[in-house]
Unconditional design. Sequence first.
Length: 171
Amino acid sequence: MEQFSIERSLRKTLSMSFRQKKLVIKAPFFVTKKVINDFVLKHQWWIESQIEKQKESKIDETKISEYKKQAKQYIIPRVALLANKYGFQYNCIKITSAKSRWGSCTSAKNLNFSYRLVLTPPEVIDYVIIHELCHLRYMDHSKNFWNEIKSIMPEYKIHDDWLKKNAYMYR
Ligand SMILES: [Zn+2]
C-alpha cells in the first residue's frame, strides 16, 4: 500500500489528495485507522494513476527544456540566415511555449517561434520562418503577403497544409 499521512480535523468525511507528491488523507477525529486503510485500498487505482501522471509530467519537463535548447540552437541562426538571404530586417527573436501558433511577428519587428517547431520537418521550419519574415513586410494575410512567400518558397502550400493537418499532434 502507498505511504500516506493522516490529517485529522472536525470534518465529517474522508478525502484524499496529493500535496508535494505525498498522499494526504483528511479524516474526521472519530474514524479508525482501519477505516482509513480500507478507504486508501479502495482508491488504489486512482492513487496509482495520479503517481503515473506525476512521473509523466516530470519526463515532459526535461524533454521540453531539451526541445527549447534545440530550438534556440537551430531556429535563431536559421532565421538570421534566411533573413539575410532574402533581405529582411528584424529586431529580436524569442523562443516561446506557444501552443496554438508556430510563430508570430510583432509591429516592433520582433519574431516569436514556438519550441514545438523543432519537432517538425526542417522544410516546415523554413516555411514558418519565411512566413513570419514576410509579416515584417505585410502585417496581414493579404494577397501581397502570400505572393511574397510564393516568390521565396514556391512550394509553400505543401508545408502550410502539412501544418494544418498535423498541428493537433503538437498541442
Ligand atoms: Zn501569418
